[in-house]
Write a protein that binds this ligand. Structure first.
Ligand code: PMP
Length: 384
């Protein structure tokens, strides 16, 4: 069985698994306790925070440790909306955001906030000029993802950051960086990012942990009431084994970024070239996208049929994103890119990492070839 679903979750590094077990066994004190086991646990968190901060080239006081990117994105969006409501109630985002951003914005609409959802082009990119005209005096937040989780499309964040801050220097600029960290260079300063979300399980760290970078000077209204952990922004006893292991994964994944771009990028190029020369397939990812995600449609054939056919060949891929793959609707992201319903309902996502070899890719291509050959007559007859 070969796992091609790294955009959904990744195999943890051995060091991550080892660290989790060690910390759970030996350092189970509560960091809020004032005895020596509490202090020991607090030191581990302090060190983990420093490593996360160093991986992003920011200061440790700018790191909020979270339960993952769903929490990070909710805190970024709702925390900003609640904190800065007296300045305005307008938010700008795009049509292709992850549900944790998209649904947070829809939720805020119910509470009197106005949200502008910007369109994307056929490659899934937003034109920075759109931000220049959408951001207003009463815009308090702009939220954009670095890399799209379904297609791998990369947003021009330098230009977007520039346009946002020129239109309104007080608008908080949030970036969902989940699919970009470890895969492409991260430049928080150049992007003019105020908030930046990460999730550890996408970078071979443990599930249920993440980082929200909050630039010095930005205040977030807490979503959880309770203790004063995480400088009062995120109450609750810290997940020490998870945070220590996450810090390890961030350092390792951050250091491997260039290797990832070259090696995984080469696999992506080969896969894309094969798709482009296969007549019945439509490529939904651009060669300029992230190195690890390839989205392809087999128009007229339901995504699930191709997915299960590949599974029979030992290849595990995904339809849409893991978070929305159980929703029986065509992909919102592909529709926003102008794809037809037939195309958007027939897409699969293949996502990879440094654990894949050229031999693995050769096996994937062979499986794709035989699945497509087998299904093509059914597709032509409309029998799927
Ligand atoms: N944003 C993006 C772009 C993602 O791909 C994901 C994971 N599917 C999330 C946010 C949510 O991350 P988590 O699984 O840590 O809640």
């Amino acid at each position: 069985m070969l796992y091609w679903d790294h955009a959904a979750s990744t195999p943890p590094y051995d060091e991550v698994i080892q660290t989790m077990a060690d910390v759970m066994r030996k350092h189970y004190g509560n960091p809020s306790s004032i005895h020596r086991m509490g202090e020991d646990a607090a030191k581990l968190i302090k060190r983990a925070r420093e490593v996360c901060a160093a991986s992003l080239h920011v200061t440790p006081s700018e790191i909020i440790l979270t339960s993952g990117a769903t929490e990070g994105n909710n805190l970024a969006i709702k925390g900003t909306a609640l904190q800065y409501a007296s300045r305005g109630k307008h938010i700008v985002t795009t049509r292709i955001e992850h549900p944790s951003v998209y649904e947070s914005c829809l939720e805020l609409e119910k509470y009197g906030y106005e949200v502008t959802f910007l369109p994307v082009d056929a490659n899934g990119r937003v034109n920075p000029d759109e931000f220049a005209s959408a951001v207003r005096k009463d815009t308090i937040l702009v939220s954009v993802m670095h890399v799209n989780n379904e297609t791998g499309a990369v947003q021009p964040l330098v230009e977007i950051g520039e346009a946002v801050k020129k239109a309104n220097p007080l608008a908080v600029f949030h970036i969902d960086g989940v699919q970009g960290f470890g895969k492409l260079p991260v430049q928080l300063k150049e992007w003019k990012a105020d908030l930046y979300t990460l999730s550890a399980h996408k970078i071979r760290g443990p599930k249920g942990t993440g980082v929200l970078y909050k630039r010095e000077g930005i205040t977030l209204h807490p979503l959880l009431s309770g203790g004063k952990q995480e400088a009062g922004v995120r109450a609750g006893t810290e997940n020490i084994p998870g945070f220590v292991a996450m810090a390890k994964a961030m350092r390792m994944a951050g250091e491997q970024t260039e290797t990832f771009m070259t090696e995984v990028g080469a696999l992506r190029d080969e896969l894309m070239a094969w798709i482009q020369k296969t007549p019945c397939l439509e490529l939904n990812s651009s060669p300029k996208g992230a190195p690890h995600i390839v989205n392809v449609s087999f128009p007229g054939m339901k995504s699930e049929v191709l997915l299960h056919s590949l599974e029979e060949h030992g290849m595990l891929v995904s339809t849409k994103s893991a978070c929305s793959s159980k929703i029986a609707e065509p992909s919102r992201v592909l529709l926003a890119m102008g794809r037809s319903e037939a195309s958007a309902s027939s897409a699969i996502r293949i996502s990879m990492g440094l654990t894949h070899s050229r031999e693995d890719l050769r096996r994937l291509l062979a499986a794709l070839e035989s699945a497509v050959k087998r299904l093509e007559p059914l597709r032509q007859e409309g029998l799927n």
